[in-house]
Design a protein around this ligand. Structure first.
Ligand SMILES: [Zn+2]
Length: 144
């Protein structure tokens, strides 16, 4: 604790140099050192409290993450399983965002061929440009 150490040093210095606490200046300096001492101790208390609050927030944040895992888990697990197996089955999985409700909609290649998918959240019919998706793929794989 740097500040409390420096105040302790200042106190030692005043004693070592035999500060005359009976003189006007000596009284003022001794009072200032006392005040500095109190300020340093209060600062230390505040810093400890901040660490405690920070630890408490971390615990709340961890708990919230657990709750989020439970609330949002179902769809993600299904998607991950499909995604992992997708490479072997040569069945690609796609995702788009519904423009009406902003729900992320997942669909596979067979739906892509139809050129449209119904949003499971709001029932909006989403149409997409098949050629646009193919163009993106070939751009990434461009070879010379
Ligand atoms: Zn929607």
């Amino acid at each position: 604790m740097e500040i409390t150490e420096r105040v302790a040093y200042l106190k030692g210095l005043a004693e070592g140099l035999c500060l005359d606490t009976e003189s006007k200046e000596g009284k003022i300096i001794a009072t200032m050192i006392d005040i500095l001492d109190d300020v340093a101790l209060e600062l230390q208390d505040h810093q400890n409290q901040i660490i405690e609050i920070s630890d408490g927030l971390d615990a709340v944040s961890d708990d919230l993450e657990d709750v989020e895992d439970i609330v949002y888990d179902e769809d993600d697990e299904d998607y991950d399983e499909e995604d992992e197996e997708g490479d072997d089955d040569s069945e690609d999985c796609y995702a788009t965002t519904c423009p009406t409700c902003e729900e992320t909609v997942y669909f596979d290649e067979s739906i892509l061929e139809d050129g449209e998918v119904i949003c499971p959240n709001c029932g909006e019919k989403l149409e997409f440009d098949l050629s646009g998706l193919e163009e993106n793929g070939s751009d990434d794989d461009e070879k010379e």
